[in-house]
Design a protein around this ligand. Structure first.
Ligand code: NAD
Ligand code: UDP
Length: 318
Protein backbone atom coordinates (compact mmCIF):
# COMPACT_ATOMS: atom_id res chain seq x y z
CA UNK A 1 0.00 0.00 0.00
CA UNK A 2 0.98 3.66 -0.39
CA UNK A 3 0.27 5.25 3.00
CA UNK A 4 0.15 8.94 3.90
CA UNK A 5 1.12 9.68 7.52
CA UNK A 6 0.49 13.17 8.92
CA UNK A 7 2.67 14.05 11.93
CA UNK A 8 5.36 11.74 10.52
CA UNK A 9 8.25 13.51 12.33
CA UNK A 10 6.62 13.11 15.72
CA UNK A 11 7.14 10.46 18.37
CA UNK A 12 4.38 8.06 17.22
CA UNK A 13 4.37 9.10 13.55
CA UNK A 14 8.06 8.28 13.11
CA UNK A 15 7.67 4.83 14.69
CA UNK A 16 4.68 4.24 12.43
CA UNK A 17 6.81 5.16 9.38
CA UNK A 18 9.49 2.65 10.45
CA UNK A 19 6.94 -0.12 11.07
CA UNK A 20 5.05 0.34 7.79
CA UNK A 21 8.25 0.59 5.74
CA UNK A 22 9.48 -2.64 7.35
CA UNK A 23 6.14 -4.26 6.36
CA UNK A 24 6.95 -3.36 2.73
CA UNK A 25 4.64 -0.37 2.30
CA UNK A 26 5.43 2.91 0.58
CA UNK A 27 5.14 5.85 3.00
CA UNK A 28 4.59 9.56 2.36
CA UNK A 29 5.20 11.61 5.52
CA UNK A 30 3.84 15.09 6.16
CA UNK A 31 4.88 17.36 9.04
CA UNK A 32 5.45 21.04 9.76
CA UNK A 33 7.78 20.33 12.74
CA UNK A 34 5.49 22.21 15.15
CA UNK A 35 6.25 19.70 17.92
CA UNK A 36 8.15 17.02 15.97
CA UNK A 37 11.84 16.71 15.23
CA UNK A 38 13.50 16.20 11.80
CA UNK A 39 15.98 13.89 13.60
CA UNK A 40 13.16 11.36 14.12
CA UNK A 41 13.00 10.67 10.39
CA UNK A 42 16.58 11.59 9.39
CA UNK A 43 17.46 7.87 9.06
CA UNK A 44 14.78 7.49 6.36
CA UNK A 45 16.45 9.93 3.96
CA UNK A 46 17.46 7.97 0.89
CA UNK A 47 14.93 5.18 1.49
CA UNK A 48 13.27 4.83 -1.94
CA UNK A 49 9.94 3.88 -0.31
CA UNK A 50 9.83 7.03 1.83
CA UNK A 51 9.10 10.58 0.79
CA UNK A 52 8.46 13.66 2.88
CA UNK A 53 6.43 16.85 2.45
CA UNK A 54 6.92 19.76 4.84
CA UNK A 55 3.43 21.15 5.18
CA UNK A 56 0.86 22.39 7.70
CA UNK A 57 -2.14 20.05 7.43
CA UNK A 58 -4.49 22.86 8.47
CA UNK A 59 -4.10 23.92 4.82
CA UNK A 60 -5.24 21.94 1.76
CA UNK A 61 -3.11 18.79 1.36
CA UNK A 62 -1.88 17.83 -2.08
CA UNK A 63 -0.17 14.48 -2.65
CA UNK A 64 0.72 13.24 -6.14
CA UNK A 65 -0.27 9.69 -7.14
CA UNK A 66 -2.78 7.23 -5.70
CA UNK A 67 -2.90 6.90 -1.90
CA UNK A 68 -4.30 3.70 -0.35
CA UNK A 69 -4.46 4.81 3.29
CA UNK A 70 -4.28 8.06 5.26
CA UNK A 71 -3.21 7.99 8.92
CA UNK A 72 -3.83 11.32 10.64
CA UNK A 73 -1.42 11.80 13.57
CA UNK A 74 -0.57 15.50 13.25
CA UNK A 75 -1.38 17.32 16.50
CA UNK A 76 0.44 18.56 19.58
CA UNK A 77 -0.03 15.89 22.25
CA UNK A 78 1.54 16.95 25.56
CA UNK A 79 -0.71 18.56 28.19
CA UNK A 80 2.21 20.32 29.90
CA UNK A 81 1.88 24.08 30.07
CA UNK A 82 5.53 24.41 31.10
CA UNK A 83 6.73 22.96 27.82
CA UNK A 84 6.71 25.18 24.72
CA UNK A 85 5.49 22.03 22.92
CA UNK A 86 2.52 21.47 25.24
CA UNK A 87 -0.88 22.03 23.68
CA UNK A 88 -1.90 24.63 26.30
CA UNK A 89 0.76 26.84 24.67
CA UNK A 90 -0.38 25.92 21.15
CA UNK A 91 -4.15 26.12 21.56
CA UNK A 92 -5.14 27.46 18.15
CA UNK A 93 -2.72 25.18 16.28
CA UNK A 94 -4.09 22.23 18.27
CA UNK A 95 -7.69 23.05 17.38
CA UNK A 96 -6.76 23.62 13.74
CA UNK A 97 -4.84 20.32 13.47
CA UNK A 98 -7.80 18.45 14.98
CA UNK A 99 -10.50 20.25 13.01
CA UNK A 100 -9.11 21.62 9.72
CA UNK A 101 -6.29 19.04 9.59
CA UNK A 102 -8.73 16.16 10.03
CA UNK A 103 -11.01 17.66 7.36
CA UNK A 104 -8.14 17.97 4.87
CA UNK A 105 -6.82 14.47 5.66
CA UNK A 106 -10.32 13.03 5.21
CA UNK A 107 -10.49 14.91 1.91
CA UNK A 108 -7.37 13.09 0.70
CA UNK A 109 -8.93 9.75 1.75
CA UNK A 110 -12.18 10.58 -0.06
CA UNK A 111 -10.44 11.70 -3.27
CA UNK A 112 -8.40 8.47 -3.30
CA UNK A 113 -11.10 6.11 -1.97
CA UNK A 114 -8.50 5.28 0.68
CA UNK A 115 -8.73 3.89 4.21
CA UNK A 116 -8.64 6.67 6.83
CA UNK A 117 -7.31 6.18 10.37
CA UNK A 118 -7.64 8.89 13.02
CA UNK A 119 -5.27 9.08 15.99
CA UNK A 120 -7.71 9.94 18.75
CA UNK A 121 -7.03 9.85 22.45
CA UNK A 122 -8.13 8.69 25.88
CA UNK A 123 -8.54 12.41 26.61
CA UNK A 124 -11.91 12.33 24.85
CA UNK A 125 -13.08 10.60 28.06
CA UNK A 126 -11.92 13.66 30.07
CA UNK A 127 -11.70 13.15 33.84
CA UNK A 128 -13.60 9.86 33.66
CA UNK A 129 -16.44 8.92 35.99
CA UNK A 130 -16.43 5.37 34.59
CA UNK A 131 -13.45 3.14 35.28
CA UNK A 132 -11.84 1.49 33.37
CA UNK A 133 -12.87 3.36 30.23
CA UNK A 134 -14.83 1.39 27.62
CA UNK A 135 -15.38 2.76 24.11
CA UNK A 136 -19.10 3.07 24.91
CA UNK A 137 -18.39 5.70 27.63
CA UNK A 138 -19.31 9.22 26.44
CA UNK A 139 -16.77 10.98 28.66
CA UNK A 140 -16.68 13.78 31.20
CA UNK A 141 -15.14 16.77 29.45
CA UNK A 142 -15.30 20.49 30.20
CA UNK A 143 -15.76 22.17 26.79
CA UNK A 144 -14.10 25.39 27.97
CA UNK A 145 -11.60 23.89 30.46
CA UNK A 146 -7.79 24.17 30.24
CA UNK A 147 -7.53 20.93 28.22
CA UNK A 148 -10.50 21.74 26.00
CA UNK A 149 -8.44 22.81 22.97
CA UNK A 150 -7.18 19.22 22.72
CA UNK A 151 -10.13 17.20 24.04
CA UNK A 152 -12.75 18.99 22.00
CA UNK A 153 -10.62 19.06 18.84
CA UNK A 154 -10.28 15.28 19.08
CA UNK A 155 -14.00 14.83 19.83
CA UNK A 156 -14.80 16.95 16.76
CA UNK A 157 -12.28 14.91 14.74
CA UNK A 158 -14.03 11.68 15.76
CA UNK A 159 -17.44 13.12 14.82
CA UNK A 160 -16.12 14.34 11.45
CA UNK A 161 -14.55 10.95 10.78
CA UNK A 162 -17.86 9.18 11.48
CA UNK A 163 -19.67 11.72 9.26
CA UNK A 164 -17.35 10.90 6.36
CA UNK A 165 -17.92 7.22 7.03
CA UNK A 166 -21.71 7.46 7.24
CA UNK A 167 -22.29 10.10 4.54
CA UNK A 168 -19.49 9.40 2.05
CA UNK A 169 -18.94 5.71 2.84
CA UNK A 170 -15.23 6.19 3.61
CA UNK A 171 -13.56 3.18 5.23
CA UNK A 172 -12.61 4.91 8.49
CA UNK A 173 -10.94 3.74 11.72
CA UNK A 174 -10.56 5.55 15.03
CA UNK A 175 -7.88 4.57 17.54
CA UNK A 176 -8.19 5.99 21.05
CA UNK A 177 -4.59 6.00 22.22
CA UNK A 178 -3.85 5.83 25.96
CA UNK A 179 -0.59 7.12 27.50
CA UNK A 180 2.25 5.79 25.39
CA UNK A 181 6.00 6.17 25.92
CA UNK A 182 9.28 5.17 24.30
CA UNK A 183 12.33 6.44 22.43
CA UNK A 184 11.88 9.67 20.42
CA UNK A 185 9.74 11.44 22.99
CA UNK A 186 11.09 14.98 23.28
CA UNK A 187 13.33 15.68 26.26
CA UNK A 188 11.29 18.84 26.90
CA UNK A 189 7.96 17.14 26.21
CA UNK A 190 6.84 17.64 29.81
CA UNK A 191 4.95 14.33 30.12
CA UNK A 192 5.63 12.23 33.16
CA UNK A 193 7.91 9.51 31.77
CA UNK A 194 10.39 11.86 30.02
CA UNK A 195 10.43 14.08 33.14
CA UNK A 196 11.02 11.20 35.57
CA UNK A 197 13.67 9.45 33.46
CA UNK A 198 15.72 12.63 33.05
CA UNK A 199 15.42 13.57 36.72
CA UNK A 200 16.45 10.04 37.71
CA UNK A 201 19.44 10.04 35.36
CA UNK A 202 20.55 13.36 36.85
CA UNK A 203 20.11 11.79 40.30
CA UNK A 204 17.53 14.40 41.29
CA UNK A 205 14.30 13.74 43.19
CA UNK A 206 11.39 12.94 40.86
CA UNK A 207 8.74 15.70 40.85
CA UNK A 208 5.37 14.23 41.77
CA UNK A 209 2.49 16.61 41.12
CA UNK A 210 0.32 16.64 44.22
CA UNK A 211 -0.05 13.51 46.32
CA UNK A 212 0.86 11.23 43.43
CA UNK A 213 -2.13 8.97 43.93
CA UNK A 214 -3.49 9.80 40.48
CA UNK A 215 -3.20 6.79 38.18
CA UNK A 216 -2.23 6.13 34.58
CA UNK A 217 -1.59 3.00 32.49
CA UNK A 218 1.46 3.18 30.23
CA UNK A 219 1.87 1.43 26.87
CA UNK A 220 5.24 0.89 25.20
CA UNK A 221 5.31 2.38 21.70
CA UNK A 222 6.02 -0.94 19.91
CA UNK A 223 2.87 -2.51 21.36
CA UNK A 224 0.81 0.51 20.33
CA UNK A 225 2.08 0.58 16.74
CA UNK A 226 1.41 -3.15 16.33
CA UNK A 227 -2.17 -2.60 17.54
CA UNK A 228 -2.72 0.37 15.24
CA UNK A 229 -1.49 -1.63 12.25
CA UNK A 230 -4.00 -4.38 13.07
CA UNK A 231 -6.76 -1.79 13.33
CA UNK A 232 -5.81 -0.30 9.94
CA UNK A 233 -6.34 -3.71 8.31
CA UNK A 234 -9.51 -4.56 10.27
CA UNK A 235 -13.16 -4.28 9.21
CA UNK A 236 -14.33 -2.19 12.15
CA UNK A 237 -15.36 1.47 11.97
CA UNK A 238 -16.06 1.82 15.69
CA UNK A 239 -13.47 3.49 17.94
CA UNK A 240 -10.99 1.09 19.53
CA UNK A 241 -8.96 1.73 22.72
CA UNK A 242 -5.30 0.80 22.40
CA UNK A 243 -3.25 1.00 25.56
CA UNK A 244 -1.82 -1.02 28.39
CA UNK A 245 -4.32 -1.76 31.18
CA UNK A 246 -1.69 -2.10 33.92
CA UNK A 247 -2.70 0.81 36.14
CA UNK A 248 -0.36 2.47 38.64
CA UNK A 249 -0.09 5.58 40.78
CA UNK A 250 2.52 8.21 39.93
CA UNK A 251 4.29 7.25 43.18
CA UNK A 252 4.57 3.63 41.98
CA UNK A 253 5.86 4.81 38.60
CA UNK A 254 8.47 7.04 40.27
CA UNK A 255 9.64 4.20 42.53
CA UNK A 256 10.04 1.86 39.54
CA UNK A 257 12.10 4.42 37.58
CA UNK A 258 14.25 5.25 40.63
CA UNK A 259 14.96 1.58 41.25
CA UNK A 260 15.81 0.87 37.58
CA UNK A 261 18.19 3.85 37.40
CA UNK A 262 19.55 3.37 40.94
CA UNK A 263 18.61 6.96 41.78
CA UNK A 264 19.18 7.60 45.50
CA UNK A 265 17.41 11.00 45.45
CA UNK A 266 13.87 9.62 45.86
CA UNK A 267 10.81 11.74 45.15
CA UNK A 268 9.54 15.21 45.96
CA UNK A 269 5.90 16.34 46.04
CA UNK A 270 5.28 19.66 44.38
CA UNK A 271 2.05 21.59 43.93
CA UNK A 272 -0.10 19.84 41.34
CA UNK A 273 0.58 21.99 38.28
CA UNK A 274 -2.65 20.72 36.79
CA UNK A 275 -5.01 21.27 39.70
CA UNK A 276 -8.58 20.75 38.52
CA UNK A 277 -7.26 19.65 35.19
CA UNK A 278 -5.56 16.37 35.99
CA UNK A 279 -7.61 13.20 35.42
CA UNK A 280 -7.58 11.23 38.69
CA UNK A 281 -7.65 7.80 37.10
CA UNK A 282 -7.09 6.45 33.62
CA UNK A 283 -7.05 2.85 32.42
CA UNK A 284 -8.25 1.43 29.13
CA UNK A 285 -10.74 -1.40 28.86
CA UNK A 286 -9.14 -3.26 25.93
CA UNK A 287 -11.77 -6.00 25.53
CA UNK A 288 -12.71 -4.67 22.07
CA UNK A 289 -9.09 -4.66 20.84
CA UNK A 290 -8.63 -8.19 22.16
CA UNK A 291 -11.82 -9.47 20.49
CA UNK A 292 -11.72 -7.61 17.17
CA UNK A 293 -7.98 -7.30 16.61
CA UNK A 294 -6.67 -10.22 18.64
CA UNK A 295 -4.28 -7.65 20.15
CA UNK A 296 -2.95 -7.10 23.62
CA UNK A 297 0.22 -5.44 24.90
CA UNK A 298 3.29 -7.62 25.41
CA UNK A 299 5.77 -5.22 27.03
CA UNK A 300 5.79 -4.99 30.82
CA UNK A 301 6.58 -1.51 32.18
CA UNK A 302 10.04 -2.72 33.18
CA UNK A 303 10.82 -4.05 29.70
CA UNK A 304 9.47 -0.92 28.02
CA UNK A 305 11.49 1.34 30.31
CA UNK A 306 14.63 -0.73 29.65
CA UNK A 307 14.13 0.09 25.99
CA UNK A 308 13.54 3.79 26.70
CA UNK A 309 16.06 4.84 29.37
CA UNK A 310 19.14 4.33 27.11
CA UNK A 311 17.60 6.68 24.50
CA UNK A 312 17.30 9.47 27.06
CA UNK A 313 20.79 8.75 28.38
CA UNK A 314 22.24 9.18 24.93
CA UNK A 315 20.21 12.33 24.14
CA UNK A 316 21.33 13.85 27.47
CA UNK A 317 24.96 13.13 26.58
CA UNK A 318 25.49 10.82 29.59
P1 NAD B 1 4.24 14.53 18.65
O1 NAD B 1 4.09 15.95 19.05
O2 NAD B 1 5.55 13.86 18.87
O3 NAD B 1 3.82 14.31 17.13
C1 NAD B 1 2.88 15.10 16.47
C2 NAD B 1 3.47 15.53 15.14
O4 NAD B 1 2.49 16.29 14.41
C3 NAD B 1 4.70 16.42 15.29
O5 NAD B 1 5.75 15.94 14.48
C4 NAD B 1 4.22 17.79 14.83
O6 NAD B 1 5.24 18.58 14.29
C5 NAD B 1 3.16 17.41 13.82
N1 NAD B 1 2.15 18.45 13.61
C6 NAD B 1 1.42 19.12 14.54
N2 NAD B 1 0.60 19.99 13.94
C7 NAD B 1 0.80 19.87 12.61
C8 NAD B 1 0.25 20.50 11.46
N3 NAD B 1 -0.69 21.45 11.56
N4 NAD B 1 0.68 20.12 10.23
C9 NAD B 1 1.63 19.16 10.11
N5 NAD B 1 2.20 18.53 11.15
C10 NAD B 1 1.79 18.88 12.39
O7 NAD B 1 3.08 13.75 19.45
P2 NAD B 1 2.79 12.18 19.52
O8 NAD B 1 2.87 11.78 20.94
O9 NAD B 1 3.59 11.44 18.51
O10 NAD B 1 1.25 12.15 19.09
C11 NAD B 1 0.86 11.82 17.76
C12 NAD B 1 -0.66 11.70 17.69
O11 NAD B 1 -1.11 10.69 18.60
C13 NAD B 1 -1.39 13.00 18.06
O12 NAD B 1 -2.50 13.14 17.21
C14 NAD B 1 -1.85 12.73 19.48
O13 NAD B 1 -3.00 13.44 19.78
C15 NAD B 1 -2.08 11.23 19.47
N6 NAD B 1 -1.94 10.65 20.82
C16 NAD B 1 -0.71 10.45 21.39
C17 NAD B 1 -0.64 9.90 22.67
C18 NAD B 1 0.67 9.59 23.34
O14 NAD B 1 0.67 9.03 24.45
N7 NAD B 1 1.81 9.88 22.75
C19 NAD B 1 -1.82 9.60 23.37
C20 NAD B 1 -3.03 9.86 22.77
C21 NAD B 1 -3.10 10.36 21.48
N1 UDP C 1 3.09 14.16 36.53
C1 UDP C 1 3.90 14.21 37.65
N2 UDP C 1 5.16 14.76 37.51
C2 UDP C 1 5.64 15.25 36.34
C3 UDP C 1 4.80 15.19 35.19
C4 UDP C 1 3.52 14.65 35.31
O1 UDP C 1 3.51 13.77 38.74
O2 UDP C 1 6.79 15.72 36.32
C5 UDP C 1 1.75 13.53 36.63
C6 UDP C 1 0.59 14.39 36.10
O3 UDP C 1 0.07 15.20 37.15
C7 UDP C 1 -0.41 13.32 35.67
C8 UDP C 1 0.46 12.12 35.29
O4 UDP C 1 1.77 12.39 35.80
O5 UDP C 1 -1.24 12.96 36.75
C9 UDP C 1 0.56 11.88 33.78
O6 UDP C 1 0.89 13.10 33.16
P1 UDP C 1 1.34 13.22 31.62
O7 UDP C 1 1.78 14.62 31.39
O8 UDP C 1 2.32 12.16 31.30
O9 UDP C 1 0.04 12.96 30.74
P2 UDP C 1 -1.56 12.95 30.99
O10 UDP C 1 -1.90 11.53 31.27
O11 UDP C 1 -1.91 13.86 32.11
O12 UDP C 1 -2.13 13.40 29.69
Amino acid sequence: MKILITGAAGFLGSHLCDFLLAEGHEVVGIDNFLTGDPQNIAHLAGNPNFSFIRHDVSNFIFVAGKIDAVMHFASPASPNKNSPYGYPNLPIQTMKAGALGTHNALGVAKANDAIFLLASTSEIYGDPEEHPQKESYYGHVDPTGPRSMYDEAKRFAEALTMSYHRFHGINTKIVRIFNTYGPRMRLDDGRVIPNFIQQALRQEPLTIYGEGLQTRSFCFVEDLIRGIHKLLLSDTHDPVNIGNPTEMTMIELAEKINSMTKNPAGITHIRNMRLGNDPERRKPDITRAKEILNWQPEFTLERGLSNTIPYFKEKMGL
